[in-house]
Design a protein around this ligand. Structure first.
Ligand code: AMP
Length: 463
Protein backbone atom coordinates (compact mmCIF):
# COMPACT_ATOMS: atom_id res chain seq x y z
CA UNK A 1 0.00 0.00 0.00
CA UNK A 2 1.44 3.36 -0.99
CA UNK A 3 0.69 4.93 2.40
CA UNK A 4 2.73 2.30 4.19
CA UNK A 5 5.63 2.48 1.76
CA UNK A 6 5.98 6.23 2.07
CA UNK A 7 8.64 7.15 4.58
CA UNK A 8 7.37 10.14 6.56
CA UNK A 9 9.73 12.84 7.83
CA UNK A 10 11.29 12.16 11.21
CA UNK A 11 9.56 14.97 13.05
CA UNK A 12 6.16 13.90 11.71
CA UNK A 13 6.62 10.32 12.94
CA UNK A 14 7.51 11.34 16.48
CA UNK A 15 4.15 12.40 17.93
CA UNK A 16 2.44 9.31 16.49
CA UNK A 17 5.02 6.99 18.07
CA UNK A 18 4.76 8.91 21.34
CA UNK A 19 0.98 8.64 21.44
CA UNK A 20 1.13 4.91 20.81
CA UNK A 21 3.66 4.31 23.55
CA UNK A 22 1.66 6.30 26.08
CA UNK A 23 -1.61 4.61 25.20
CA UNK A 24 -0.10 1.13 25.46
CA UNK A 25 1.38 2.02 28.84
CA UNK A 26 -2.01 3.45 29.82
CA UNK A 27 -3.77 0.25 28.79
CA UNK A 28 -1.26 -1.94 30.59
CA UNK A 29 -1.63 0.20 33.72
CA UNK A 30 -5.41 0.09 33.49
CA UNK A 31 -5.35 -3.71 33.18
CA UNK A 32 -3.14 -3.99 36.26
CA UNK A 33 -5.19 -1.31 38.06
CA UNK A 34 -2.02 0.68 38.75
CA UNK A 35 -2.09 4.45 39.12
CA UNK A 36 0.07 5.97 36.41
CA UNK A 37 2.08 8.86 37.81
CA UNK A 38 2.91 11.99 35.85
CA UNK A 39 5.40 14.63 36.92
CA UNK A 40 3.89 17.27 39.21
CA UNK A 41 2.61 20.28 37.23
CA UNK A 42 5.42 22.62 36.23
CA UNK A 43 8.14 20.05 37.05
CA UNK A 44 10.16 18.78 34.15
CA UNK A 45 12.15 15.57 33.73
CA UNK A 46 15.69 16.00 32.46
CA UNK A 47 15.83 13.36 29.72
CA UNK A 48 18.64 11.55 27.89
CA UNK A 49 17.69 13.36 24.66
CA UNK A 50 18.89 16.62 26.23
CA UNK A 51 22.18 15.21 27.53
CA UNK A 52 24.22 16.93 24.81
CA UNK A 53 22.87 20.39 25.64
CA UNK A 54 22.90 19.89 29.40
CA UNK A 55 26.48 18.54 29.44
CA UNK A 56 27.69 21.33 27.18
CA UNK A 57 26.27 24.01 29.52
CA UNK A 58 27.84 22.31 32.55
CA UNK A 59 31.21 21.94 30.75
CA UNK A 60 31.29 25.59 29.69
CA UNK A 61 30.28 26.70 33.20
CA UNK A 62 33.06 24.57 34.71
CA UNK A 63 35.72 25.82 32.31
CA UNK A 64 34.84 29.46 32.79
CA UNK A 65 34.57 29.35 36.58
CA UNK A 66 37.92 27.58 36.77
CA UNK A 67 39.52 30.17 34.48
CA UNK A 68 38.28 33.00 36.74
CA UNK A 69 39.24 31.31 40.03
CA UNK A 70 35.82 30.32 41.41
CA UNK A 71 35.26 27.33 43.70
CA UNK A 72 32.16 25.11 43.72
CA UNK A 73 29.94 25.73 46.70
CA UNK A 74 26.20 25.12 47.15
CA UNK A 75 23.72 25.89 49.93
CA UNK A 76 20.97 23.31 50.68
CA UNK A 77 17.69 23.19 48.82
CA UNK A 78 15.78 23.88 52.05
CA UNK A 79 16.26 26.99 54.17
CA UNK A 80 14.17 28.84 56.73
CA UNK A 81 11.39 30.56 54.81
CA UNK A 82 12.08 33.82 56.65
CA UNK A 83 15.61 33.97 55.15
CA UNK A 84 14.08 34.59 51.71
CA UNK A 85 11.35 36.91 52.99
CA UNK A 86 13.96 39.05 54.73
CA UNK A 87 16.40 39.02 51.81
CA UNK A 88 14.20 39.34 48.74
CA UNK A 89 11.58 41.44 50.51
CA UNK A 90 7.81 41.40 50.89
CA UNK A 91 6.01 42.77 47.85
CA UNK A 92 8.12 40.77 45.40
CA UNK A 93 6.37 38.14 43.27
CA UNK A 94 8.85 35.47 44.34
CA UNK A 95 8.09 35.93 48.06
CA UNK A 96 4.40 36.84 47.86
CA UNK A 97 3.23 34.40 45.21
CA UNK A 98 5.83 31.86 44.19
CA UNK A 99 7.66 30.36 47.16
CA UNK A 100 7.05 26.75 48.15
CA UNK A 101 6.64 27.16 51.92
CA UNK A 102 5.68 24.42 54.35
CA UNK A 103 5.93 23.41 58.00
CA UNK A 104 8.26 20.47 58.48
CA UNK A 105 7.64 17.72 61.03
CA UNK A 106 9.01 19.86 63.84
CA UNK A 107 6.76 22.73 62.83
CA UNK A 108 9.59 24.86 61.41
CA UNK A 109 8.60 27.05 58.46
CA UNK A 110 10.85 26.05 55.56
CA UNK A 111 11.06 27.05 51.91
CA UNK A 112 12.40 25.33 48.82
CA UNK A 113 15.03 27.81 47.63
CA UNK A 114 13.58 30.10 44.93
CA UNK A 115 17.06 31.52 44.16
CA UNK A 116 20.66 31.09 45.31
CA UNK A 117 21.81 34.49 46.60
CA UNK A 118 20.08 34.50 50.01
CA UNK A 119 21.27 30.96 50.78
CA UNK A 120 24.84 31.75 49.72
CA UNK A 121 24.86 34.88 51.91
CA UNK A 122 23.56 32.82 54.86
CA UNK A 123 26.19 30.14 54.14
CA UNK A 124 29.02 32.71 54.05
CA UNK A 125 27.98 33.98 57.49
CA UNK A 126 27.22 30.67 59.18
CA UNK A 127 30.45 29.06 57.95
CA UNK A 128 32.64 32.03 58.91
CA UNK A 129 33.92 32.50 55.34
CA UNK A 130 34.82 35.99 56.45
CA UNK A 131 38.04 34.38 57.69
CA UNK A 132 38.96 33.14 54.20
CA UNK A 133 41.00 35.22 51.75
CA UNK A 134 38.63 37.87 50.40
CA UNK A 135 36.74 38.07 48.18
CA UNK A 136 35.29 34.54 48.26
CA UNK A 137 34.38 33.54 44.70
CA UNK A 138 31.82 30.76 44.49
CA UNK A 139 29.87 29.05 41.72
CA UNK A 140 27.02 26.59 41.83
CA UNK A 141 24.49 24.86 39.61
CA UNK A 142 21.31 23.30 40.90
CA UNK A 143 17.52 23.29 41.11
CA UNK A 144 15.37 26.21 42.27
CA UNK A 145 11.63 26.23 42.89
CA UNK A 146 9.01 28.85 42.12
CA UNK A 147 5.27 28.27 41.99
CA UNK A 148 4.87 30.37 38.87
CA UNK A 149 2.43 29.84 35.99
CA UNK A 150 4.11 27.11 33.89
CA UNK A 151 4.76 27.90 30.22
CA UNK A 152 7.59 27.46 27.71
CA UNK A 153 10.81 28.47 29.47
CA UNK A 154 9.07 28.86 32.83
CA UNK A 155 8.89 25.87 35.15
CA UNK A 156 8.24 25.31 38.83
CA UNK A 157 11.53 23.48 39.16
CA UNK A 158 14.29 24.97 37.06
CA UNK A 159 18.07 25.18 37.26
CA UNK A 160 20.50 28.04 37.48
CA UNK A 161 24.21 28.37 36.97
CA UNK A 162 25.19 30.97 39.52
CA UNK A 163 28.34 32.91 40.49
CA UNK A 164 28.75 34.99 43.63
CA UNK A 165 31.65 37.14 44.85
CA UNK A 166 31.43 38.05 48.53
CA UNK A 167 33.69 40.23 50.69
CA UNK A 168 34.90 43.11 48.53
CA UNK A 169 33.46 46.07 46.68
CA UNK A 170 35.13 47.11 43.47
CA UNK A 171 33.68 47.92 40.05
CA UNK A 172 36.17 45.51 38.53
CA UNK A 173 34.36 42.63 40.30
CA UNK A 174 31.06 43.60 38.67
CA UNK A 175 32.71 43.99 35.27
CA UNK A 176 34.34 40.57 35.61
CA UNK A 177 31.01 38.94 36.58
CA UNK A 178 29.36 40.49 33.52
CA UNK A 179 32.20 39.29 31.30
CA UNK A 180 31.87 35.78 32.73
CA UNK A 181 28.11 35.65 32.10
CA UNK A 182 28.75 37.06 28.62
CA UNK A 183 31.44 34.46 27.89
CA UNK A 184 29.30 31.53 29.05
CA UNK A 185 26.50 32.55 26.71
CA UNK A 186 28.87 33.27 23.82
CA UNK A 187 30.75 29.97 24.28
CA UNK A 188 27.41 28.18 24.00
CA UNK A 189 26.96 29.66 20.53
CA UNK A 190 24.45 32.37 21.49
CA UNK A 191 25.12 36.06 20.80
CA UNK A 192 24.69 37.72 24.20
CA UNK A 193 23.13 41.12 24.69
CA UNK A 194 23.92 42.73 28.04
CA UNK A 195 21.50 45.24 29.57
CA UNK A 196 22.94 47.26 32.43
CA UNK A 197 21.89 49.94 34.91
CA UNK A 198 22.69 51.22 38.38
CA UNK A 199 20.06 51.53 41.10
CA UNK A 200 22.44 53.22 43.56
CA UNK A 201 22.53 52.81 47.30
CA UNK A 202 19.50 52.01 49.43
CA UNK A 203 19.18 55.74 50.28
CA UNK A 204 19.41 56.75 46.60
CA UNK A 205 16.66 54.28 45.89
CA UNK A 206 14.46 55.48 48.72
CA UNK A 207 14.68 59.06 47.48
CA UNK A 208 14.03 57.99 43.92
CA UNK A 209 11.10 55.79 44.95
CA UNK A 210 9.30 58.76 46.54
CA UNK A 211 9.63 60.64 43.25
CA UNK A 212 8.58 57.60 41.21
CA UNK A 213 5.50 56.88 43.32
CA UNK A 214 4.40 60.52 42.94
CA UNK A 215 4.79 60.26 39.18
CA UNK A 216 3.04 56.87 38.91
CA UNK A 217 0.13 58.06 41.02
CA UNK A 218 -0.32 61.01 38.67
CA UNK A 219 -0.50 58.55 35.73
CA UNK A 220 -2.45 55.86 37.56
CA UNK A 221 -5.43 55.83 35.17
CA UNK A 222 -3.17 54.99 32.21
CA UNK A 223 -1.58 51.96 33.90
CA UNK A 224 -2.51 48.27 33.69
CA UNK A 225 -4.28 46.70 36.68
CA UNK A 226 -1.12 44.83 37.73
CA UNK A 227 0.98 48.01 37.67
CA UNK A 228 -1.69 49.93 39.60
CA UNK A 229 -1.37 47.33 42.37
CA UNK A 230 2.40 47.69 42.33
CA UNK A 231 2.49 51.47 42.85
CA UNK A 232 2.44 51.05 46.61
CA UNK A 233 3.60 47.42 46.92
CA UNK A 234 6.72 47.49 44.75
CA UNK A 235 6.81 50.64 42.59
CA UNK A 236 10.21 49.89 41.00
CA UNK A 237 8.71 46.75 39.52
CA UNK A 238 6.30 48.87 37.45
CA UNK A 239 9.34 49.83 35.35
CA UNK A 240 9.78 46.13 34.54
CA UNK A 241 6.23 45.73 33.24
CA UNK A 242 5.91 44.15 29.81
CA UNK A 243 2.29 45.32 29.42
CA UNK A 244 1.85 47.34 26.23
CA UNK A 245 -0.47 49.72 28.07
CA UNK A 246 2.27 50.70 30.56
CA UNK A 247 5.04 51.48 28.09
CA UNK A 248 4.31 55.15 27.51
CA UNK A 249 4.16 55.91 31.23
CA UNK A 250 7.40 53.98 31.80
CA UNK A 251 9.19 55.79 28.97
CA UNK A 252 8.46 59.17 30.57
CA UNK A 253 9.10 58.13 34.18
CA UNK A 254 11.89 59.80 36.16
CA UNK A 255 15.11 57.81 35.74
CA UNK A 256 16.96 56.38 38.67
CA UNK A 257 20.31 57.32 37.16
CA UNK A 258 19.50 61.00 37.93
CA UNK A 259 19.09 60.15 41.61
CA UNK A 260 22.40 58.39 42.15
CA UNK A 261 24.86 59.75 44.71
CA UNK A 262 28.20 60.92 43.33
CA UNK A 263 29.80 57.76 44.74
CA UNK A 264 27.34 55.42 43.02
CA UNK A 265 27.63 57.34 39.74
CA UNK A 266 31.40 57.07 39.87
CA UNK A 267 31.20 53.35 40.67
CA UNK A 268 28.86 52.75 37.73
CA UNK A 269 31.05 54.76 35.35
CA UNK A 270 33.99 52.55 36.29
CA UNK A 271 32.04 49.33 35.65
CA UNK A 272 31.21 50.67 32.20
CA UNK A 273 34.79 51.76 31.52
CA UNK A 274 36.01 48.25 32.34
CA UNK A 275 33.44 46.76 29.98
CA UNK A 276 34.60 49.18 27.28
CA UNK A 277 38.18 48.18 27.99
CA UNK A 278 37.21 44.53 27.49
CA UNK A 279 35.18 45.42 24.40
CA UNK A 280 32.04 43.87 25.84
CA UNK A 281 29.01 45.50 24.20
CA UNK A 282 26.14 46.56 26.47
CA UNK A 283 22.91 48.49 26.36
CA UNK A 284 22.25 51.11 29.08
CA UNK A 285 18.71 50.44 30.35
CA UNK A 286 17.45 53.17 32.68
CA UNK A 287 14.35 51.11 33.51
CA UNK A 288 16.21 47.96 34.55
CA UNK A 289 15.72 47.55 38.32
CA UNK A 290 15.47 43.80 39.04
CA UNK A 291 12.82 44.35 41.72
CA UNK A 292 14.33 42.40 44.66
CA UNK A 293 15.08 44.31 47.86
CA UNK A 294 18.70 43.23 48.23
CA UNK A 295 20.08 44.79 45.05
CA UNK A 296 22.18 47.98 45.07
CA UNK A 297 24.34 49.78 42.49
CA UNK A 298 25.07 47.60 39.44
CA UNK A 299 22.21 45.52 38.00
CA UNK A 300 22.31 43.69 34.70
CA UNK A 301 20.48 41.16 32.56
CA UNK A 302 21.59 39.10 29.65
CA UNK A 303 19.52 38.19 26.59
CA UNK A 304 20.05 36.27 23.39
CA UNK A 305 20.49 38.81 20.63
CA UNK A 306 19.03 36.38 18.12
CA UNK A 307 15.84 35.89 20.15
CA UNK A 308 15.43 39.38 21.47
CA UNK A 309 12.76 40.41 18.96
CA UNK A 310 10.46 37.49 19.61
CA UNK A 311 10.77 37.04 23.32
CA UNK A 312 11.28 39.34 26.23
CA UNK A 313 12.66 36.69 28.53
CA UNK A 314 16.14 37.05 29.96
CA UNK A 315 18.65 34.22 29.97
CA UNK A 316 19.89 35.51 33.29
CA UNK A 317 20.68 38.47 35.43
CA UNK A 318 22.38 39.71 38.51
CA UNK A 319 23.83 42.60 40.39
CA UNK A 320 25.43 43.90 43.53
CA UNK A 321 23.90 43.29 46.97
CA UNK A 322 26.10 45.22 49.36
CA UNK A 323 23.64 45.48 52.25
CA UNK A 324 22.34 41.91 52.37
CA UNK A 325 25.00 40.22 54.48
CA UNK A 326 24.91 42.84 57.21
CA UNK A 327 21.14 42.63 57.20
CA UNK A 328 21.49 38.88 57.76
CA UNK A 329 23.81 39.40 60.71
CA UNK A 330 27.35 39.68 59.27
CA UNK A 331 29.63 41.32 61.87
CA UNK A 332 30.81 44.02 59.49
CA UNK A 333 30.00 45.52 56.12
CA UNK A 334 30.31 42.66 53.61
CA UNK A 335 29.73 43.81 50.05
CA UNK A 336 28.82 41.24 47.41
CA UNK A 337 27.86 40.79 43.77
CA UNK A 338 26.68 37.92 41.58
CA UNK A 339 24.59 36.60 38.71
CA UNK A 340 22.44 33.62 37.77
CA UNK A 341 21.77 32.16 34.33
CA UNK A 342 18.78 29.89 33.70
CA UNK A 343 19.91 26.51 32.36
CA UNK A 344 16.58 25.60 30.75
CA UNK A 345 16.31 29.05 29.11
CA UNK A 346 19.82 28.71 27.69
CA UNK A 347 18.98 25.21 26.46
CA UNK A 348 15.87 26.54 24.69
CA UNK A 349 17.94 29.30 23.06
CA UNK A 350 20.56 26.77 21.90
CA UNK A 351 17.88 24.51 20.43
CA UNK A 352 16.21 27.46 18.75
CA UNK A 353 19.49 28.42 17.09
CA UNK A 354 20.17 24.84 16.02
CA UNK A 355 16.72 24.76 14.49
CA UNK A 356 17.23 28.07 12.69
CA UNK A 357 20.57 26.85 11.30
CA UNK A 358 19.31 23.43 10.23
CA UNK A 359 15.78 24.35 9.15
CA UNK A 360 14.28 21.83 11.59
CA UNK A 361 14.93 20.10 14.89
CA UNK A 362 18.31 18.38 15.02
CA UNK A 363 19.37 15.48 17.13
CA UNK A 364 22.54 16.01 19.07
CA UNK A 365 24.04 13.06 20.89
CA UNK A 366 26.83 12.95 23.43
CA UNK A 367 27.53 9.28 22.81
CA UNK A 368 29.94 9.49 19.87
CA UNK A 369 32.84 7.05 19.62
CA UNK A 370 35.40 6.93 16.87
CA UNK A 371 36.10 3.30 17.74
CA UNK A 372 33.49 0.68 18.57
CA UNK A 373 34.22 -2.69 20.18
CA UNK A 374 31.94 -5.52 18.98
CA UNK A 375 32.00 -9.10 20.30
CA UNK A 376 30.52 -12.41 19.29
CA UNK A 377 30.02 -15.35 21.69
CA UNK A 378 30.29 -15.85 25.46
CA UNK A 379 34.07 -16.22 25.60
CA UNK A 380 34.61 -13.20 23.38
CA UNK A 381 32.29 -11.13 25.53
CA UNK A 382 34.31 -11.98 28.65
CA UNK A 383 37.59 -11.15 26.90
CA UNK A 384 36.11 -7.90 25.49
CA UNK A 385 35.13 -6.80 28.98
CA UNK A 386 38.77 -7.15 30.00
CA UNK A 387 40.24 -5.49 26.89
CA UNK A 388 37.80 -2.52 27.01
CA UNK A 389 38.60 -1.96 30.67
CA UNK A 390 42.33 -2.02 29.87
CA UNK A 391 41.81 0.58 27.13
CA UNK A 392 39.80 2.81 29.51
CA UNK A 393 42.63 2.66 32.04
CA UNK A 394 45.06 4.08 29.47
CA UNK A 395 42.56 6.77 28.51
CA UNK A 396 41.20 5.27 25.28
CA UNK A 397 37.41 5.38 25.12
CA UNK A 398 35.62 2.94 22.84
CA UNK A 399 31.91 2.39 22.31
CA UNK A 400 30.42 -1.01 23.08
CA UNK A 401 27.12 -2.75 23.64
CA UNK A 402 28.11 -5.83 25.58
CA UNK A 403 24.55 -6.97 26.29
CA UNK A 404 23.93 -7.43 22.55
CA UNK A 405 24.92 -10.68 20.85
CA UNK A 406 24.19 -10.00 17.17
CA UNK A 407 27.14 -8.57 15.25
CA UNK A 408 24.80 -6.78 12.84
CA UNK A 409 23.02 -5.06 15.73
CA UNK A 410 26.33 -3.96 17.24
CA UNK A 411 27.63 -2.55 13.95
CA UNK A 412 24.41 -0.58 13.56
CA UNK A 413 25.07 1.01 16.96
CA UNK A 414 28.66 1.72 15.86
CA UNK A 415 27.27 3.60 12.86
CA UNK A 416 24.87 5.57 15.07
CA UNK A 417 27.79 6.55 17.29
CA UNK A 418 29.68 7.80 14.25
CA UNK A 419 32.46 5.21 14.60
CA UNK A 420 34.99 5.13 11.78
CA UNK A 421 36.34 1.75 12.87
CA UNK A 422 35.01 -1.26 14.75
CA UNK A 423 37.06 -3.85 16.58
CA UNK A 424 35.51 -7.29 16.22
CA UNK A 425 36.34 -10.11 18.62
CA UNK A 426 34.89 -13.61 17.97
CA UNK A 427 35.60 -17.10 19.26
CA UNK A 428 38.42 -17.65 16.74
CA UNK A 429 40.16 -14.37 17.60
CA UNK A 430 39.99 -15.14 21.33
CA UNK A 431 41.83 -18.39 20.63
CA UNK A 432 44.37 -16.80 18.25
CA UNK A 433 45.01 -13.77 20.45
CA UNK A 434 44.01 -11.53 17.52
CA UNK A 435 41.35 -8.94 16.68
CA UNK A 436 39.63 -7.77 13.50
CA UNK A 437 39.70 -4.05 12.74
CA UNK A 438 36.92 -3.05 10.36
CA UNK A 439 36.85 0.20 8.44
CA UNK A 440 33.18 1.18 8.78
CA UNK A 441 32.90 3.07 5.50
CA UNK A 442 34.78 0.72 3.13
CA UNK A 443 34.07 -2.53 5.01
CA UNK A 444 37.77 -3.47 4.63
CA UNK A 445 39.00 -5.60 7.53
CA UNK A 446 42.48 -6.32 8.85
CA UNK A 447 43.66 -8.67 11.54
CA UNK A 448 45.98 -7.50 14.29
CA UNK A 449 47.58 -9.05 17.35
CA UNK A 450 45.75 -8.20 20.60
CA UNK A 451 49.04 -6.99 22.05
CA UNK A 452 49.20 -4.30 19.38
CA UNK A 453 45.65 -3.01 20.10
CA UNK A 454 46.55 0.07 22.13
CA UNK A 455 49.21 1.22 19.67
CA UNK A 456 46.95 0.57 16.70
CA UNK A 457 44.06 2.51 18.23
CA UNK A 458 46.25 5.47 19.14
CA UNK A 459 47.22 5.70 15.48
CA UNK A 460 43.60 5.50 14.33
CA UNK A 461 42.51 8.10 16.88
CA UNK A 462 45.16 10.51 15.64
CA UNK A 463 43.95 10.28 12.04
P1 AMP B 1 15.77 35.79 38.19
O1 AMP B 1 16.52 35.55 39.45
O2 AMP B 1 14.28 35.69 38.35
O3 AMP B 1 16.20 36.98 37.42
O4 AMP B 1 16.17 34.55 37.26
C1 AMP B 1 17.39 34.44 36.62
C2 AMP B 1 17.21 33.51 35.46
O5 AMP B 1 16.73 32.25 35.91
C3 AMP B 1 16.18 33.97 34.46
O6 AMP B 1 16.73 34.88 33.56
C4 AMP B 1 15.79 32.68 33.80
O7 AMP B 1 16.76 32.31 32.85
C5 AMP B 1 15.85 31.70 34.94
N1 AMP B 1 14.52 31.50 35.53
C6 AMP B 1 13.90 32.25 36.46
N2 AMP B 1 12.69 31.75 36.75
C7 AMP B 1 12.52 30.67 35.98
C8 AMP B 1 11.48 29.70 35.82
N3 AMP B 1 10.36 29.74 36.53
N4 AMP B 1 11.67 28.70 34.91
C9 AMP B 1 12.80 28.62 34.18
N5 AMP B 1 13.82 29.49 34.31
C10 AMP B 1 13.69 30.50 35.18
Amino acid sequence: MPVKKKKPMAEKVKPVAKKKAVSSVDTAAAQKKVKLYQPVRGMKDILPKDDWYWSKIVDVAKNITRAYGYRYSEPPVLESASLFVKSLGKGTDVVDKEMYVFDDREGEKLALRPEFTAGVARSYISNGLLNNAQPVKMWMLGPLFRHDRPQAGRYRQFHQFDCEVIGEKDPVIDAELIVMAYNVIRDLGITPEVHINSIGTIEDRQNYTIELVGYLKSKRSYLSEESKKRILKNPLRVLDSKEEQDQEVIAEAPQIIDWLSAESKDFFMKVIEYLDELQIPYVLKPTLVRGLDYYSDTVFEIYSEQMIEGSQTALGGGGRYDGLLEQLGAREATPASGFALGVERIMLAMKELDQQAQGGPIKRDTIQNKIFFAQLGAQARRRSLFLIEQLRRVGIMVGSSLSKSSLKGQLEIANKQGSTHSIILGQKEVQDGTLIIRDMSSGVQEIIDQKRLEKHLRKLLEE
